[in-house]
Design a protein around this ligand. Sequence first.
Ligand SMILES: *[C@@H]1O[C@H](CO)[C@@H](O)[C@H](O)[C@H]1NC(C)=O
Length: 322
Amino acid sequence: MLTTLFVALAISAVFAGVPSPEESKRLMDHFSDAEHFKNEHHNKQFDHDAFLGEDQAKTFDQLPPEESKRRLGIIVDKIDSDKDGFVSLVELKDWIRYTQRRYIDEDVERHWRQHNPNNDGEIPWETYRKNVYGFMDDMDQSDMNEPNSEGYTYANLLKRDRRRWTQADGDHNDALNRTEFAGFLHPEDHSHMRDIVVLETLEDIDKDKDGKVSMEEYIGDMYKPEDGEDGDEPDWVKQEREQFTGYRDTDKDGFMDEHEVKDWIAPPEFDHAEAEARHLVFEADSDADEKLTKAEILDKYDLFVGSQATDFGEALARHDEF
Ligand SMILES: *[C@@H]1O[C@H](CO)[C@@H](O)[C@H](O)[C@H]1NC(C)=O
């Protein structure tokens, strides 16, 4: 889902000449917000983003293995804050918190400056809309109603942004100050934005637009059989089917509604940094002593910083050249 939409956006950026790469990237960010919550099925990009921060992860994607290993060694020394030669679960969790915080702060700063070059106290909606969606004013309006068309895609993104903006606008003056803007840009980081993240996630997965998530939509969001592959699903997909029936669909009506999606992606008290740290320790801890040596980490360098051979990674790399 992520890849398809991204490619669609990237292609339109090339052929229509709009919007700018930076804007496309911004639109793209919408689709990754929810991924921060869907911790169940891990993918490598998710691990790298969590461990390095998204900006750094992109830099590492371009490095040859030897160089990324060398830099990983330096990072490991930093993570081991008490210098006892081991990376503990707590040290790893603190590091993940730190990289996430750094990424979000830098991202907010970058977009704040981009939309507000005079550094005013607030950004009015109309200014933001013109910056990001102004090109739509010249588009054929009839195109906006044609599903799968470029216009339709952008019209939906605009609607979604508008709704998110309103939710972030605490004092209801239709302009966002820096705090409010941070909530708009990174709703996953703000508890009062949680319902919007839930809604956006539901809408992304709910392909037939009936307002709820069926088993097939739930599985389809994380797994697509390869071409020509039929029959047996991998075990983790079978487990996800059992998860859906046994835990996600709590009222057993065959669907996940908004409340059930919320319990799934945003359970109360769930600590994402801790979950990610546990996952990384589990994967790399070859002698099972619940802490990691530098050797164990370098041994699994692919898990922490290895480069991506997926089309998503390639698309990102290409996208930077536009
Ligand atoms: C922005 O506005 C909110 C109210 O929506 C307020 O709580 C917050 O302190 C303001 N932040 C700044 C930086 O002015």
